[in-house]
Design a protein. Structure first.
Lengths: 114, 115
């Protein structure tokens, strides 16, 4: 089955710097990838997604990169702000699968130092 | 932005007791989910629900678990006889339609503690 892992459980960055959070997945058939942000006491919140027919997708201050060759996914946050402090999860699913039930990674805790 | 609402935020129960976790999905959503997160671990899929029946369930979702949509707004998760290892944060989620890339909205969770 699919397994999703994260390369680093914690990441500390200075305010204003760029952050990069990484994720690896195991199933080459995975075709839809999502990044979620979870703040303390809240549920996961959608940040950005990407389909397997793309390598890169940009949002507001966030970019997701997908490398299907090595089954690696990353989230880049530009000009990191204190409000970005949270746990970040990647999640994957099979596009042709059963209505998008997600397999989550373990999460990276991002701490932003002012 | 519309929200998925979960109650209670915290639930403490004795081992062997039944608990019901409640959720109000977003009003025009048709697909409903329960996930759980044991402290320090991954968020795990439990069950998906559509058209008043279970669409898919994980190995975690055994006979002790059941889900119900008792009316047009609520979606509940029942654990019949709780075990210590059921202690976790339980998240309800919903989405508008069944497309895989349709955004999934999560509630803030119910923290279940089984003593």
């Amino acid at each position: 089955g699919e397994s999703v892992g994260l390369h680093l459980p914690t990441l500390s960055v200075q305010e204003g710097d760029n952050s990069i959070i990484n994720c690896a997945y195991s199933n080459s058939a995975s075709d839809y990838f999502i990044w979620y942000k979870q703040e303390s006491g809240k549920g996961p919140q959608f940040i950005i997604d990407i389909r397997s027919n793309m390598d890169k997708r940009q949002g507001q201050r966030v970019t997701v990169l997908l490398n299907k060759t090595v089954k690696h996914l990353s989230l880049q946050i530009a000009a990191t702000q204190p409000g970005d402090s949270a746990v970040y999860f990647c999640a994957v699913t099979d596009y042709g699968g059963s209505q998008g039930n997600l397999i989550f990674g373990k999460g990276t805790k991002l701490s932003v130092k002012p | 932005e519309p929200e998925v609402t979960q109650t209670p935020s915290h639930q403490v129960t004795q081992m062997g007791q039944e608990v019901i976790l409640r959720c109000v999905p977003i009003s025009n959503h048709l697909y409903f989910y329960w996930y759980r997160q044991i402290l320090g671990q991954k968020v795990e899929f439990l069950v998906s629900f559509y058209n008043n029946e279970i669409s898919e369930k994980s190995e975690i979702f055994d006979d002790q678990f059941s889900v119900e949509r008792p009316d047009g707004s609520n979606f509940t998760l029942k654990i019949r006889s709780t075990k210590l290892e059921d202690s976790a944060m339980y998240f309800c989620a919903s989405k508008r339609d069944g497309a895989t890339n349709e955004k999934l909205f999560f509630g803030s969770g119910t923290q279940l503690s089984v003593l």
